[in-house]
Design a protein around this ligand. Structure first.
Ligand SMILES: Nc1nc2c(c(=O)[nH]1)N[C@H]1C(S)=C(S)[C@@H](COP(=O)(O)O)O[C@H]1N2
Ligand SMILES: [Mo]
Length: 427
């Protein structure tokens, strides 16, 4: 049965008219190959993103970003923090590949542009639902990339909480892309079967012809002569993705790449010598009181009603450990340094602390002024309350008098300017 169409028969002028779209390159094969490449990139971005969420440990009291009962347990296993470089790598990939998919997404959207102006907008209710789903997919992909890039650039033009919005955006994106891929697999398989997966890449400009007619309206009705081959178009999109990736990857690859990472606002160091590595929040920026970090500073350890206070000298008199660990920010940059200080284990033992620890700082306000660490981080022997870095006292910007450093934990939980550590109490 054919329902009467609610749309007037004649399309509005301009892009809605057949013949408006002239590129001879558009067609199911081009969209399929761009979609396949994009899918690889998006799979990396999405899986490292959900890993980052797991590493952040939103289930721990003070860290909750979304109400814990709303937190969808997509990853049942915890993040393996004992592999100290793992978070630096997954988060570096998340942000770098996130940048790199932008040109690929633009190319893909260009390839399906005529579909946006399809007339009539839907032929059937089922197609209407599918198109609404694509609307949701495009909107959530653009939202995720825009908020992610803004965050990596330390730019917060929006009023909402980035972490919460980026997390829920990710769930909408994941659901809509899974459905989209499932729906499009037959189209893709047909395009590859008819034209070969890579065969069209052999065609140079002279051999570039429009794809055979398709039912989706991607192939131009009245195409112009080509000005670039399909492989030229793919090389342009892929080359752009590569350039954008290189302009960011040095933030976590380090070495000679670091100076190329001009997209990273924290790619340059901060100061001179051992303390020359990125700083997210400076001493002044965090409004740490000057008199709070002088000789009168005390670290307060507590577990139940047991309280111990230690000066920096007291801490330096305890057994010192040196560990090579990266500080790895959610924004995708990381820096590996040698940290020296006291094991969190040893501090817990002083007050008979067990379980989690909430670390508070001298910072008067802001969500990053404190964090909760899980029991496994306290027990991990490489977790330190660091006093020195690369053989020198930690600078004020890096958290003097003392800061937390835990292997494989997002930098955001490595609290600087520590004042109080509140442990659970052993039963
Ligand atoms: N008190 C406090 N600690 C903090 C922060 C903060 O804003 N306040 N920022 C965190 C973040 S987001 C990161 S990535 C690391 C950065 O450490 P660095 O500045 O020594 O490189 O510190 C963490 N510790
Ligand atoms: Mo961070």
């Amino acid at each position: 049965m054919k329902l009467p169409s609610p749309f007037p028969e004649n399309p509005p002028p301009g892009p809605f008219r057949p013949g408006f779209w002239k590129s001879p390159l558009r067609g199911p094969w081009l969209t399929s190959i761009l979609g396949s490449i994009l899918l690889v990139g998006l799979t990396i971005v999405a899986s490292t993103g959900f890993l980052s969420h797991a590493a952040y440990e939103p289930g721990l009291g003070g860290n909750a970003i979304v109400p814990t009962d709303l937190d969808i347990p997509l990853i049942g296993i915890g993040f393996p923090n004992s592999i100290s470089w793992l978070y630096a790598a997954t988060q570096g990939l998340h942000v770098t590949v996130g940048y790199a998919v932008v040109p690929l997404l633009l190319a893909k959207l260009w390839s399906v542009m005529p579909r946006l102006f399809k007339w009539p907008p839907t032929d059937s209710p089922a197609e209407g639902i599918e198109r609404a789903l694509i609307g949701l997919l495009v909107a959530s992909a653009v939202f995720q990339l825009a908020t992610g890039i803004a965050n990596a650039q330390n730019w917060y033009p929006f009023k909402f909480n980035f972490v919460v919005a980026h997390y829920y955006g990710a769930i909408i994106f994941l659901a809509s892309i899974v459905l989209h891929v499932a729906i499009k697999i037959p189209v893709m398989r047909r395009a590859y079967r008819e034209r070969g997966v890579l065969k069209p890449l052999r065609e140079d400009l002279a051999a570039t012809r429009p794809e055979p007619w398709d039912h989706d309206g991607l192939v131009a009705k009245d195409p112009d002569a080509p000005t670039i081959s399909r492989r030229g178009l793919l090389a342009f999109a892929g080359g752009s993705a590569f350039l954008v990736a290189i302009a960011n990857a040095g933030q976590f690859l380090g070495g000679p790449f670091r100076s190329l990472a001009f997209l990273g606002p924290r790619s340059t160091g901060h100061g001179d010598g051992p303390n020359d590595f990125p700083v997210n929040k400076t001493f002044a920026g965090a409004k740490i009181p000057e008199d709070g970090v002088g000789d009168s500073w005390r670290l307060k350890l507590q577990a139940g009603d047991k309280v111990v206070e230690l000066s920096r000298e007291d801490l330096l008199a305890m057994p010192q450990r040196t560990e090579t660990l990266p500080i790895a920010c959610v924004e995708g940059w990381s820096a590996e340094r040698q940290w020296t200080g006291v094991r969190l284990q040893d501090l817990a033992a002083l007050v008979g602390g067990a379980g989690t620890v909430t670390v508070d700082s001298l910072q008067p306000k802001g969500v990053l002024r404190k964090a909760t660490l899980g029991n496994q981080h306290v027990r991990q022997s490489k977790s330190l309350l660091a006093l020195r870095v690369n053989g020198e006292d930690i600078s004020r910007d890096h958290g003097f008098p003392a800061r937390v450093i835990v292997p494989g934990l997002p930098g955001v939980h490595c609290t600087k300017w520590v004042s109080t550590m509140t442990f659970g109490r052993s039963a």
